[in-house]
Design a protein around this ligand. Structure first.
Ligand code: PAF
Length: 271
């Protein structure tokens, strides 16, 4: 890394947990516009999983991932071991906590998840020392947490966020889509359709009747066979409930289809 920096090369980091899809590739394509050297990390981070079963079941497709990254001219693949990242074991690690953002919404549903994400991201930033790092907007709360880390912990890193990549039917690309069976895969696009429809209604309502609009959308999702974990609209900047001052809103949704938890969001301006 030092040699690259001495040569005045800009370094971009794309942290991933592998099982790459076009969403990750879009991060690589964007990184090509900003940096000389692209480093993709592949590390299935045990401390960000709610339970061991989910961690063990996380698809590991390392060889296929490497082939994809090679095809897109990624310079370095960083794939540390658990011991290298957590030398004192995963129970003794130092945890990074973002007090306002880690424990709400997705963090409330998945206690410890964002502390795990924040911790591994700090470790990766410290090791790789990139000037740029690239993240998808699908994990919106994660993105805000990482932007907060950069400011609060004084990292000299520019965070570039990339819009969610979707299939033609609107379904957000995700490694989790691989777990959907054939009937679930047909229903899955409704999540984003209903999010879009809710956003349109909220815009038209000029912030009136929001709870009624949300209630109706949730009923629609239930009818389609989703089990809802999170479905609400927030201030896009603070992730608090909308206030009169809110200018940009975001609908954040997470819902189960069978055994798969899908997440998605949509940001929009309101008056
Ligand atoms: O979004 C992910 O894949 C993970 O949360 C990340 C950012 C690679 C940290 O493990």
């Amino acid at each position: 890394m030092n040699t690259l920096k001495k040569q005045n090369k800009t370094i971009g980091l794309i942290p991933t947990m592998g099982n790459l899809h076009y969403g990750h590739i879009s991060l690589v394509l964007s990184a090509q516009k900003y940096v000389d050297i692209i480093i993709v990390s592949i590390f299935v981070n045990p401390i960000q999983f709610d339970n061991e079963h989910d961690f063990k079941k996380y698809p590991q497709t390392f060889e296929k991932d490497c082939e994809i990254l090679k095809k897109y001219n990624v310079d370095i693949i960083f794939f540390p071991t658990i011991h290298e990242m957590y030398p004192f074991g995963i129970k003794n690690e130092i945890l990074i906590e973002i007090s306002n953002l880690s424990n709400i919404i997705e963090g409330q549903s998945r206690p410890g998840h964002f502390q795990g994400v924040a911790t591994i991201i700090c470790k990766l930033f410290n090791l790789v020392q990139p000037q740029y790092a690239f993240f998808g907007e699908k994990d919106y709360q994660q993105l805000l947490i990482i932007k907060t880390i950069v400011i609060e912990l004084n990292y000299m890193i520019k965070i570039i966020s990339i819009p969610t990549i979707r299939s033609r039917n609107g379904l957000a690309l995700s490694s989790r889509n691989n777990h959907l069976n054939s009937s679930e895969i047909k229903k899955a696009p409704y999540l984003y359709k209903i999010i879009q429809n809710t956003a349109e209604k909220i815009i038209k309502s000029k912030k009136n009747n929001i709870s009624e609009i949300i209630k109706i959308s949730k009923l629609k999702l239930l009818e389609k066979g989703f089990f809802i974990d999170i479905f609400n609209v927030y201030d896009a900047e603070k992730l608090q409930f909308l206030s009169k001052k809110s200018k940009e809103a975001i609908i954040i949704a997470s819902a189960w289809l069978g055994k798969t938890r899908l997440i998605d969001n949509k940001k929009f301006f309101i008056r």
